[in-house]
Design a protein. Structure first.
Lengths: 397, 228
């Protein structure tokens, strides 16, 4: 009977050593506990704002999207930021963190966190968007995570320039790519690891960071903490999380996640046509896009003076204008405002005299390269880079 | 398992009959299974056979897919039979241990429940604090004073766990990668899974003692992710 009770309490409250330590930790009043209190996981320093919600597309590994109408701040709070990975966060605290730099370098490096933190830190505000944001809108339906509008956010990323870390190692001649991999190993040896590579030009761009801080907080584990890559202007698949090893090389990284995933046909193809592998090129920069933050989809508004507001961003270049259309009225120029940084989003606003009835509100951004949003996005078999004119319906009663 | 609670005793009898029929080479049921759940339901007026088929297919799905990810990744999809076939084959290539003779049944099951022409599911809007806690570990680091002995754990792992999880604990035919995974810093979950099992993992109650559990955990902590 005693053994049975022991077993039951083990599965409910954990092993004896955990229960003893927990008891000690709770009873100790500043006295010497057997472990430092930092061993116990605490809720994030950055408390979750009350009422915050996430759209959970998958629990494990967590794929969660931000409801667009809550993206009301220029800086998306860490605990509201969309979450995405292929294999879920690893247990990052088991080993002291170490970033290795190997391959075609003069001096291989092994940098701990303290060492990374001691190098010159820079802050780059930048939009992070999943390549598949908007996949749910393509027809015919495309397999994959059915992101709608909210797999995107804007944050201030602080860390070391990737260039500075590579310069410490010293690049040998002939280098063309930097392979990168994190500590989120695949669930099975047959599953390809999330091994990716960046072309050397983008790796050496002064804005490309190994980020340790997100919006002033230590990079949360769910967002790749303690260290992730930040590749401003480029799609989210490049922003490798839980960064553990960089290998400098003459060639692109091998493996499925670089060689077959995250590629587009060189030239647009009719839907349903399968492109040849040699005609597929890697995704790089994001395309121009806008989001209507308010009014929310299916919102009910009071008639009278109101406004339409949102955000807009692009991959390379700057947002030059955002136009808004309400029902079949002419497109009207919205006012761009707020911080203006090359890789972050702009906020925009347009006053609107809301008349009673059902309304369709649309937004269309244009960038300095002349890219503008259209009614449809080019279909591709993976459902990447959806950037059609954003649209919400609302009712004024 | 809501369907079991509705059909329980009748289901048990029918399940037993079905197993006996298959075991003895019952042609009728075997033909029905080979044609997939829809064919079985069409061929037979008996809704119980369709229900058995559905239950067996559900278990096939749970036992071969949910070791690596939760079900929403699958149930949110709306795909054609060709697309479902491609996805299942891709997953088998990634290590999903679907028995070869059951592949067709799994594809038929997914195609029947999640076809391209069915309206999309609505993903739940969840309290953010709760969603973020789904991934939270109990500990942020390995505790100093831990009774486990990794050298003893190595031998115990080799004897009890490696057959499914691989010699290096990086995953094997039936068990997933354990190296630097959050369960290692969530001792309550670790203990529960070892003691009670989970899906295809058997329970080790009475086979692995608490001391041995501690030793295995200590050895697992010493393993490093293969990227180094």
């Amino acid at each position: 009977m005693d053994k049975m009770n022991q077993d039951r309490s083990r599965t409910e409250a954990g092993p004896s050593w955990l229960r003893r330590a927990w008891l000690k930790a709770t009873l100790s009043m500043g006295a010497i506990a057997s472990w430092p209190s930092s061993v116990w996981a605490r809720d994030d320093e950055d408390a979750v704002a009350e009422g915050s919600k996430l759209i959970v597309r998958n629990r494990r590994p967590l794929d969660a999207e931000t409801p667009v109408e809550t993206l009301t701040q220029w800086r998306t709070p860490n605990n509201l930021f969309f979450v995405r990975s292929h294999f879920g966060p690893p247990a990052t605290g088991i080993h002291p963190w170490r970033l290795n730099v190997v391959g075609l370098v003069e001096r291989s490096q092994g940098l701990g966190l303290a060492e990374l933190q001691s190098l010159e830190q820079v802050t780059v505000p930048a939009v992070l968007q999943c390549s598949g944001n908007g996949r749910a809108f393509f027809t015919p339906i495309i397999p994959g995570a059915a992101w709608e509008r909210g797999a995107v956010g804007n944050a201030e990323w602080t860390g070391v320039r990737l260039k500075d870390v590579l310069d410490r190692a010293g690049l040998k001649p002939g280098v063309a790519h930097v392979h990168m991999i994190g500590s989120d190993g695949p669930p099975n040896p047959k599953t390809p690891a999330f091994l990716r590579s960046l072309p050397i030009e983008k790796a050496l761009d002064p804005h490309t960071l190994i980020a340790l801080t997100m919006n002033g907080q230590p990079l949360p584990v769910l967002h790749g903490g303690p260290a992730r890559l930040v590749v401003p202007g480029w799609t989210g698949n490049h922003w490798l999380k839980w960064l553990r090893e960089l290998t400098v090389s003459e060639t692109e990284a091998p493996g499925a996640f670089m060689q077959s995933a995250y590629r587009l046909p060189r030239a647009s193809l009719p839907e349903g046509v399968t492109p040849k592998p040699e005609d597929m090129v890697p995704l790089t920069a994001m395309n121009v896009k806008s989001l209507i933050i308010g009014p929310a989809q299916a919102a009910k508004l009071k008639p009278g003076q109101s406004e339409v507001h949102g955000v807009a961003w692009t991959g390379e270049g700057r947002i030059t204008r955002v136009d808004v259309q309400i029902d079949s009225q002419p497109w009207t120029l919205a006012t761009l405002e707020g911080p203006d940084h090359p890789f972050a989003w702009r906020t925009w606003r347009l006053p609107w005299k809301a008349q009673p009835g059902w309304h369709v509100v649309r937004s269309r951004a244009t960038d300095s390269n002349g890219q503008t949003q259209a009614d449809t996005s080019p279909w591709n078999k993976s459902g990447y880079l959806w950037n059609s004119i954003d649209q919400v319906e609302c009712e004024v009663v | 398992m809501r369907i079991f609670s509705r059909w329980s005793s009748r289901m048990a009898i029918l399940a037993l009959t079905a197993l006996l029929a298959v075991g003895s080479g019952g042609l009728c049921l075997r033909a029905a299974l080979a044609d997939g759940p829809d064919a079985a339901a069409r061929d037979d007026d008996d809704p119980d056979e369709a229900a058995i088929e559905r239950a067996l297919s559900l278990r096939l799905f749970e036992e071969n897919c949910l070791m690596c990810h939760t079900e929403e990744m699958v149930t949110a999809q709306r795909l054609t039979p060709v697309q479902w076939t491609a996805e299942v084959e891709k997953m088998i290539g990634f290590g999903a241990p679907v028995p070869p003779e059951e592949v067709t049944r799994l594809i038929d099951y997914l195609t029947a429940l999640y076809p391209a022409d069915k309206p999309r599911a609505v993903a739940p809007l969840v309290d953010a604090a709760y969603a973020l806690r789904l991934n939270q570990q109990t500990l942020t680091a390995v505790p100093d004073a831990h009774p486990g002995v990794p050298e003893r754990g190595a031998a115990l792992f080799a004897r009890n766990c490696a057959i499914c999880h691989g010699e290096t604990a990086l995953g094997g035919d039936l068990g997933t990668n354990l190296v630097e995974k959050p369960v290692l810093l969530t001792p309550i979950e670790y203990t529960k899974v070892v003691q009670e099992g989970r899906r295809r993992m058997p329970d080790f109650k009475g086979v692995i003692t608490e001391t041995q559990e501690d030793d295995i955990l200590a050895w697992l902590w010493s393993r490093k992710d293969g990227s180094e």
